[in-house]
Design a protein around this ligand. Structure first.
Ligand code: NAD
Length: 372
C-alpha cells in the first residue's frame, strides 16, 4: 500500500509523522512511502534523508494526501479535508472530543479514521501511545521554559558571598507530563512537590524524590486509569490545600487533564496573586481551557510580578525529538491495520487497540463516544 506523509500546516506545528528510520521500515515491509517536500524540515529532517531511506518526495501536497493511508500529526484543516477521498485511511491525533463536527465529516467522506489519543492505556499499547511519548517530552520542556523565565537560580548554590536557596517547584497533576516535570526539576536541583487526585500518584511522586502534597478523594481514578472530575466539595478541599501550599512556591507547572473535557480549574487568580514577585507559573493545560485562572494561549500574563506562561504546543518545541517518538508510535500502529498477505489496509475490530481508536468507517461514526 501507499503511505502518505504530508507537511503539517497548523500554526506552531513543526512535527512530522515519519522519520527516515520509520520510512525505511515501511519500505522494508513492502509499502511505498510518499513524503511531501519539506515535510520534515521543522523536525530537522531534509528531503534528501527521506529519499535516502526509500521515500518518494512529491512537491504536490495532493499527492501525499492521495495515499491509501495518510499519516498526520494534527487533524486535517478544511483545505486538507478537500484532498481526502472515499476509502482512504487517516491516522493521527485527530482531537475528536473537541472537534465532533469534523468526526461527522470523516464519516460523510467515507474515510476510515483512527485517532490515537483514544488508544486504551494497556501494556501492549505502550509502543504506540502518542499521549505518553509527547507528554513526556512536553513535561521536560515545560520545566526548561519555566526555568528560563525564572530570574533566580534553580539549584542551591553556596558561594563566599552567601548561599542561594534552591527554587521551590510545585507540579499540579502527576501523569506522564507531570512525572517528567518532577524528574527534570529535581535534576536541576529544585525542591519539588506535586499533587494529583489519583491514589497511585502519591507513590509515583515520592519515588522520584518529590514531596506529595494534598488530598486524594475516594475513587478519583476511573477504570481507564484517568482522573474523574472532582465534586464541588472535593474541589473546595483541593483549593484550600493548593492555596496554602502555592504561596511558598517559586515555579508552578500545571498539567491536570480530564480526557474529553475542559481542563479542571485548579489555580485561582487569588492564588496567583499570593505568590511572591518573580514567581513563574506555566499552564500546560492552556490549550484545553487552562488549569490557571487568567492564563492565555500564546501569551505571558503578568500579575503583580508573577508571570503566567501559556505556551502553545510544547511538544512541537522539541520537534526533532518528539517526531522520532511519534513516528515510531505510528509505525507500530500501522502494523495493526495492514493485512499481512495483501499488504493492504484492513480494519481488524477484534484487536482492541484498533477498535478503541477507530472513529469512522464505511460512512458511519463507529466509535461509541462520538455517536450522537
Ligand atoms: P492526563 O494527561 O489525562 O492528566 C494529567 C494528570 O492530571 C493525571 O495524572 C490526572 O490524574 C491529573 N489530574 C486530573 N484532574 C486533576 C485535578 N483536579 N487535580 C490534580 N490532578 C488532576 O494523564 P496522563 O498523563 O495521560 O496519564 C493518565 C493515566 O494513564 C495515568 O494513570 C497513567 O499512569 C496512565 N498511563 C498508562 C500507560 C500504559 O499503561 N500504557 C501509559 C501512560 C499513562
Amino acid at each position: 500500500m501507499q503511505v502518505g506523509i504530508p507537511k503539517e500546516v497548523r500554526e506552531h506545528e513543526k512535527r512530522v509523522a515519519a522519520t527516515p528510520e520509520t520510512v525505511k521500515k515501511l519500505v522494508g515491509q513492502g509499502h511505498e512511502v510518499v513524503v511531501e517536500a519539506g515535510a520534515g524540515l521543522g523536525a530537522a529532517v531534509a528531503d534528501a534523508a527521506f529519499e535516502a531511506a526509500g521515500a518518494k518526495i512529491v512537491a504536490d501536497k495532493a499527492a501525499a494526501f492521495a495515499a491509501d493511508v495518510v499519516l498526520k500529526v494534527q487533524r486535517p484543516t478544511d483545505d486538507e479535508m478537500g484532498l481526502l477521498k472515499e476509502g482512504q485511511y487517516l491516522v493521527g491525533m485527530l482531537d475528536p472530543y473537541f472537534n465532533k463536527d469534523q468526526v461527522k465529516v470523516y464519516a460523510d467522506k467515507k474515510l476510515t479514521t483512527f485517532s490515537l489519543e483514544l488508544l486504551p492505556r494497556t501494556t501492549r499499547a505502550q509502543a504506540m501511545d502518542v499521549l505518553s511519548s509527547q507528554a513526556n517530552l512536553a513535561g521536560y520542556k515545560a520545566v526548561v521554559e519555566a526555568m528560563a523565565a525564572y530570574d533566580r537560580a534553580m539549584p542551591m548554590m553556596m558561594t563566599a558571598a552567601g548561599t542561594v536557596t534552591p527554587a521551590k517547584v510545585f507540579i499540579v497533576g502527576a501523569g506522564v507530563a507531570g512525572l517528567q516535570a518532577i524528574a527534570t526539576a529535581r535534576r536541576m536541583g529544585a525542591v519539588v512537590s506535586a499533587t494529583d487526585v489519583r491514589p497511585a500518584a502519591r507513590e509515583e511522586v515520592q519515588s522520584l524524590g518529590a514531596k506529595f502534597v494534598g488530598f486524594v478523594p475516594e475513587d478519583a481514578a476511573t477504570s481507564g486509569g484517568y482522573a474523574r472530575p472532582l465534586t464541588p466539595e472535593e474541589q473546595a478541599e483541593q483549593a484550600k490545600m493548593v492555596a496554602d501550599h502555592i504561596k511558598g512556591q517559586d515555579i508552578v507547572i500545571t498539567t491536570a487533564q480530564i480526557p474529553g473535557r475542559n481542563a479542571p480549574r485548579i489555580v485561582t487568580a487569588e492564588m496567583v496573586q499570593s505568590m511572591r514577585r518573580g514567581s513563574v507559573i506555566l499552564d500546560m493545560a492552556v490549550e484545553t481551557g487552562g488549569n490557571v485562572e487568567g492564563s492565555k494561549l500564546g501569551e505571558v500574563v503578568e500579575v503583580e510580578g508573577v508571570r503566567v506562561l501559556g505556551i502553545p504546543n510544547l511538544p512541537a518545541k522539541l520537534a526533532p525529538a518528539t517526531s522520532v517518538l511519534y513516528a515510531k508510535n505510528l509505525l507500530n500502529f500501522v502494523a495493526l491495520i495492514v493485512d499481512g498477505e495483501s499488504k493492504s489496509p484492513v480494519v481488524n475490530k477484534d484487536d482492541n487497540l484498533v477498535a478503541g481508536t477507530l472513529l469512522t468507517e464505511g460512512g458511519a461514526v463507529v466509535h461509541p463516544n462520538f455517536q450522537s
